[in-house]
Ligand binder design. Structure first.
Ligand SMILES: Nc1ncnc2c1ncn2[C@@H]1O[C@H](COP(=O)(O)OP(=O)(O)OP(=O)(O)O)[C@@H](O)[C@H]1O
Ligand SMILES: [Mg+2]
Length: 248
């Protein structure tokens, strides 16, 4: 059912959800609930993320952080409520159009999700090849990105021969290569040492300073403290805080 419950805190929610103009937040969740069978992962979550915001999503294990991101990149669909990305209602995106909408997003995972048999260069290039880019463009772009993340000279390395921090930097380069407007990162520093975590955070911050919108799910209180950004707290599938401070 697509109808929305009125919400006194958010006047705009009293209107029906329509395709909205770019002045609207780039990510909007309206009363989103997600169930996996009998298990409820998110309950009635409403959240707006504006263009060029950098938001941390935090909270204890099982709070629903990954679920929220998975809904945004359409690995899952909401059981109730609605989600808009750049004004597009995800419920109305036909399956065949999902890859196009995903290209507006770069996604970074805790476990990198690189293809082990492909080199660092090939892992990044693959995305551009799939998008039908020309070989000269791909070559220039991939070399530029790998340089940007500090991996010049490692283009031909296979992921298993790279450190965790280096693999995550390849994954960040891959997430950026399609020139996304939004980056979603799920525990991007979870398996990294402090120094590598700082490098990954600074790459995400660079993307943000170039006008990108960033949503990072993390447990990493140190990372959050050092970044000084908006922090949304989730607990038991509900938002328990938004703004800053320490997770309860
Ligand atoms: N595919 C699934 N099937 C069933 N239950 C699931 C599934 N994915 C997540 N859940 C449940 O939904 C809840 C939220 O999980 P989620 O992975 O979103 O939490 P999280 O905040 O990312 O936790 P963590 O910090 O451990 O990564 C948990 O209770 C989890 O067991
Ligand atoms: Mg998670």
């Amino acid at each position: 059912m697509n109808s929305l419950k009125p919400n006194s805190q958010t006047p705009s929610m009293e209107r029906p959800v329509e395709e909205e103009k770019s002045v609207a937040p780039v990510i909007r969740l309206f009363h989103v609930t997600k169930r996996y069978g009998a298990q409820t992962a998110l309950t009635d979550v409403s959240l707006d993320v504006r263009k060029n915001e950098f938001v941390f999503l935090t909270g204890p294990s099982g709070a629903g952080k990954s679920t929220l991101l998975r809904l945004l990149y359409m690995a899952e669909t909401a059981s109730e409520g609605q989600i808009l990305i750049e004004g597009k209602n995800l419920k109305r995106v036909p399956r065949r159009k999902i890859p196009y909408l995903r290209r507006t997003m770069g996604i970074v995972f805790q476990d990198f999700k690189l293809i082990p048999a492909l080199t660092a260069y090939e892992n990044v290039a693959l995305v551009l090849e799939a998008a039908g880019q020309q070989p000269e463009y791909i070559d220039k772009k991939v070399r530029h990105l790998l340089r940007m993340v500090g991996l010049e000279g490692k283009e031909r390395s296979l992921p298993p021969s790279l450190s965790g921090g280096e693999q995550q930097r390849v994954a960040v380069a891959r997430a950026m290569c399609g020139e996304p407007r939004i980056v979603l990162a799920d525990e991007p520093t979870g398996s990294l040492d402090t120094e590598s975590a700082e490098v990954v955070l600074s790459l995400l911050s660079d993307f943000h300073s170039r006008g990108g919108t960033v949503l990072v799910a993390t447990h990493d209180a140190k990372l959050i403290a050092q970044a000084n950004k908006r922090v949304v707290h989730l607990k038991g599938g509900q938002i328990t805080g938004d703004g800053g401070g320490v997770a309860s």
